[in-house]
Design a binder for this molecule. Structure first.
Ligand SMILES: [Zn+2]
Ligand SMILES: [Zn+2]
Length: 276
């Protein structure tokens, strides 16, 4: 399958302002070298506390915003650079204007603790043991309760990694993804979000980092999005300058196989739809 007609664009990019490996300028230079049309930065929001992913304070947020605006001036003729944010569902609504907001659930709040969903399998298993009576489906249900509300909690344009809770579950390592106790709350969350004006992200980040072999969301959810005519864009969730369009062709192929006829791509002239 050939997807060369689709311009290269990625709106999910991290840098050293939070947990990425490279500076924003290194990322921009790499994106130009790869012939990308748009690179959007989506640093993790500051969530008012010391957490494992987010920018660490308001000063860092200000520095992030200033740096991306500086790069827009310096490189704007060669590539369109957007200033976005990956707003955590416990971070409130963004207080400054952004070109777009990605809304993501990275924590469940259980027993008075913020439990990180995608930090490590050990952290997730520990939370399931201590707060969910050892039942992973109690944990996944709470995760999807938060996902169902992510548009409301973050006022996002794009829903980030819908089923992030499966990050450490390749091959069913922790729970059975076909079990109705898993699928039902997930589909309820998906249906709630399909009623809203949001774009779903297909996210290849866990492939580039070796956790999974397929992108988020799983095909069962992509088929539901196809059925209900939801809109989709493909993002890399890149933490490295060399993974800005990682496995995009694989993602396009999966979308096509799931009955999705087109993807939205951010271009120099805004969102455009491209056939698959
Ligand atoms: Zn995320
Ligand atoms: Zn991210």
């Amino acid at each position: 399958m050939n997807f060369e007609h689709i311009p290269k664009s990625n709106l999910h990019t991290h840098t050293r302002f939070a947990d990425g490996k490279h500076t924003a300028e290194e990322v921009v230079l790499s994106a130009i070298e790869k012939g990308m049309e748009v690179i959007g930065f989506s640093e993790h929001s500051y969530n008012g506390r010391n957490d494992v992913y987010g920018m660490k304070d308001e000063e860092t947020v200000a520095a992030y915003r200033a740096e991306i605006q500086k790069l827009q001036k310096a490189y704007g003729e060669r590539i369109r650079i957007l200033l976005g944010i990956e707003q955590d569902s416990f971070g409130g609504i963004p207080t400054a204007p952004y070109d777009y907001v990605l809304g993501s659930v990275h924590y469940v709040y259980l027993g008075g603790e913020f439990c990180a969903v995608d930090h490590s399998r050990a952290v997730m298993e520990d939370a399931i043991r201590r707060h969910c009576g050892g039942d992973p489906f109690v944990y996944t249900k709470e995760y999807y309760r938060l996902v169902a509300e992510v548009e409301k909690s973050t006022q996002c344009d794009i829903v980030g990694h819908f089923d992030l809770v499966t990050k450490f579950n390749e091959g069913g390592a922790m729970f059975d993804e076909s079990d109705p106790r898993y699928v039902r709350p997930a589909l309820e969350a998906l249906d709630a979000l399909l009623e809203k004006d949001v774009i779903f992200e297909v996210n290849t980040g866990a492939i580039s980092r070796g956790y999974r072999t397929t992108p988020y969301p799983a095909t069962v959810f992509l088929r539901r999005i196809a059925e209900k005519r939801g809109t989709i864009t493909v993002n890399a969730d890149s933490h490295h300058k060399d993974t800005l369009t990682y496995a995009f062709d694989q993602a396009f192929g999966i979308l096509k196989a799931c009955g999705i006829g087109s993807v939205l791509v951010m271009t120099r002239d805004g969102w455009k739809s491209y056939p698959l």
